[in-house]
Design a protein around this ligand. Sequence first.
Ligand SMILES: [Zn+2]
Length: 306
Amino acid sequence: MRHAIAAALIGVALPTAAVASDADAQLRQDNAFQQAEARLAAVSFRLATRAANLCSRKSPSIGIFLRQLSDFSLSDRAEAIRLYGLDRGVGVSAVAPASPAAVSGIEPGDVIVAVNDAPLPDTTQIDRTAASSKLRSFFQSAMQYRPILLRRLRAGTESDAFATPVVGCALDARLAMSKQLNAFASEGQVVIPVRFALFTASDDELAVAVAHEYAHIELGHHAADPKRDGEYRTIRGKAVEEAADRLGLRMAHAAGYDISAAIGLWRRFYGAKGPVPAFLTRHPGLARREAIVREVMAELGAPNAP
Ligand SMILES: [Zn+2]
């Protein structure tokens, strides 16, 4: 399945762009993608729920990432059906630990065939972005009801699971099958390329990066512009980056992550060989970013309990 990509959805997150290459195929073979997706689901859910009081926009979540047939190219769909049963519903690709989905017994590999007795929307005839949006709306509206009833298919047998959504930051994150070594916000979502996820040495580092990108969304640096038909625009600059660093670090700390990890992450990042990537030149220098971490650490004290 050379072009496959996995989709994501936290609370109800969404799929991502497919980039085919030998390296990507290798990554997937090694299960690295699935492992990175499990980490991202865990980190995103923990940030969204435990740092909820730092977010102005909130949404319900049960803590799962999903994949659907439209995430796969036409030539890969037969294999996606064979591997994941995606002709029957949407597949669960990751479940955050201790999330409502985990508590309800939902597991990666389950196929959700109905929610609150309503069948999943048919998204096979529309493109990935539209399909993601439709699926997200479907789940968001289903999650107005508590608990929600999930009918899932596992090993050929259907059974019911009840999950009670929790409200947290409206943090949608997805893992992208991409070799880019940076994280970013796109279309209101935090996008973590799998290469970047693998570059992070710990969940503390991953949390700092996810929270920094989400902070850009929370602070309105990346937002839909009503004057431009809802097209997303991004504001850049060193002051904007400092603000995102500060809020992101506060969020990661609130979620019980050790934010001193940011120093190691950024040192390795800035120390990477080759020319300084363009996105880094928009950010404050390494020394300044380290100073911000130390300031926030002095202000907040020791890490919260994990
Ligand atoms: Zn940034």
